[in-house]
Design a protein around this ligand. Structure first.
Ligand code: IPE
Ligand code: IPE
Ligand code: MG
Length: 246
């Protein structure tokens, strides 16, 4: 019996189920055009719209976008305030578009440091998109993985001190329940745009076994076709989780 030829590329594995993206390069996009950084952030928000739509069309169930880190407060005050303005605008004007895409929004991060009106816009946006079922879109705002891990640790320590939890009972599942991403599956694929090859304090616990794809495209230029390329790259990878593989 003839031996069937090997396919040129491995069979596409199902997934990814969850794509996380470090949306980087807005400032450089603007600078290369002689524009102020905020112009890059505005175009970045347009890319967010395109990518949410594209991910929905590609059948990706969960998309997590890093929009503002706990370290981004160290930027010049006018840039921070421009970014907060853009966030306000997004939360107030994007709900219909999110609805059209069947996107359920969740904001991940420490909300306490955000302006009160933004905190309210966030909870309104989450409530108003709650019934959408096509794609879960998590936007990370004032998010830092170390901060998240420390909070989880403090919460568990409090429970132990109060006699509610035995130290021996702290396992991965217990710990995950204390993270801001509780209930969200770990990302399978982490994409970073703009050519930078680092994690920058994003989902350190959750990306333990994520496949990393770094692309040179600046975030404002990123669209569905780039997402498809990154997914194709992901499907070529063999995930071994410390084992020996196929
Ligand atoms: C990403 O673009 C957006 C945020 C971090 C808020 P940058 O603003 O970091 O753009 P570059 O890295 O300066 O080009
Ligand atoms: C990471 O980008 C944070 C976001 C995309 C929100 P940065 O531009 O802040 O990261 P570094 O400073 O280059 O590591
Ligand atoms: Mg950057």
């Amino acid at each position: 019996m003839p031996i069937a030829p090997r396919p040129a590329t491995p069979d596409p594995s199902p997934g990814p189920q969850h794509i996380a993206i470090i949306m980087d390069g807005n400032g450089r996009w603007a600078k290369s055009r002689g524009l102020p950084r905020i112009a890059g952030h505005r175009r970045g928000a347009d890319a967010v719209r395109k990518v949410i739509r594209g991910a929905g069309e590609l059948g990706i169930p969960v998309l997590t976008l890093f929009a503002f880190s706990t370290e981004n407060w160290t930027r010049p005050a006018d840039e921070v305030s421009d970014l907060m303005g853009l966030l306000r605008h997004y939360l107030r004007n994007e709900l219909e578009e999110l609805g059209r895409n069947g996107a359920r929004l969740r904001v991940i991060g420490d909300r306490d440091r955000l302006a009160k009106d933004i905190q309210k816009d966030i909870s309104d946006a989450e409530t108003r998109t709650r019934a959408n079922t096509r794609i879960d879109v998590n936007i990370c705002i004032n998010y830092g993985a170390r901060d998240e891990i420390l909070r989880a640790t403090r919460n568990l320590a409090r429970k132990v001190a109060a006699g509610e939890l035995a130290v021996e009972k702290i396992d991965e599942a217990t710990f995950e329940r204390e993270l801001l991403t509780a209930g969200v599956p770990d990302p399978d694929l982490l994409i970073r745009t703009s050519g930078e090859q680092r994690i920058s304090n994003f989902l350190l616990w959750q990306c333990a076994y994520a496949e990393l794809v770094f692309v040179d495209t600046l975030w404002p230029d990123f669209g569905k076709e780039h997402l498809e390329k990154a997914i194709a790259e992901f499907r070529k990878r063999e995930r071994r989780y410390g084992g020996v593989g196929a």
